[in-house]
Design a protein around this ligand. Sequence first.
Ligand code: GTP
Ligand code: MG
Length: 320
Amino acid sequence: MSDVHRSGYVALVGPPNVGKSTLLNRILGEKVSIVSPKPQTTRERILGIMHTDALEMIFVDTPGLHEASPKRGAGLSRFMNHAARSAMRDADVVALVIDIKENEGSGPPSARIQRAFAEVASLPQPKILLINKIDRVHKPQLLPFLSAVAQLGHFDEIIPISAKSGDGVDIFLAVAEKRMPAGPRLFERDQVTDATERKVASELVREQIFLQLEEELPYASAVITEKFEETTTKKGEPIVKISAAIVVERDSQKGIVIGKKGARLKEIGEKARHQIATMLGCKVHLELFVKAVPNWSEREASLRELGYDESTIESPGSEP
Ligand SMILES: Nc1nc2c(ncn2[C@@H]2O[C@H](COP(=O)(O)OP(=O)(O)OP(=O)(O)O)[C@@H](O)[C@H]2O)c(=O)[nH]1
Ligand SMILES: [Mg+2]
């Protein structure tokens, strides 16, 4: 092997809920991107960086590509699709993730999978198809789908994987590595993500909202960390004091997040605090409050305030 340093961006794109964020966390061996069984969990692009002495592979987790729903904020939806499309346009390698369970039997690819293929078909970069969740099917069931997809000729490589068990993930990494261009190190050797601790803290609260609340509410809420203070306890132990606002769209939704006698909010806070403490490796004090910002997911000014501003989407290759 040559000793030239190589570095590049690998975009993880695809429909919602197929396992893109699970895959990113699996590759890095730690949680940088939140995961839930509900679609549209990821809202912004998140970088996860894998380093070796001669290589830096920067994986870009993206929001699931989706059609705007009349029931959900059109502004937020546009922001999410734009973030995903700009990440895939600017990456060195595009990895399209799909869920094998959407295609049981030997029929042609489902309409949603075909739309995903169409999203990447005309991109000039090397394209890898990752058929995820193979832990959920019997291996022989995969074969007809694999050969049907191979015949379409859209992809340079087709790799069945399980982001959950790790099956096939090493093969993906080896294939992506071969496609990395020569280039300098772009991040510090110990940097795993470009997201700040402040940002990951709000995401971990948002993850609990996705996990604990039903139906439309997760989509109608956002989390913003308003205070993040590194200090020490009376005993001299390090502690981070965080205050975060859960933003919903209507006053009537506040009660659902808060729950009976504050029980739901307490549970969200407890679980999120635990996760944040694991990430930071120290004690955490987390204070949550809920506020309503009418129709924030539609209004440009509120979207901007909450960090969902289309004009701020950088290409993944721009200066970190
Ligand atoms: N059985 C199985 N479940 C998986 C696998 N990968 C992901 N999941 C589950 O699929 C659901 C969605 O996973 P995410 O990683 O949030 O999916 P995503 O593509 O990032 O979703 P969005 O951010 O909403 O676009 C979660 O419940 C995961 O636990 C897998 O390989 N096998
Ligand atoms: Mg995701």
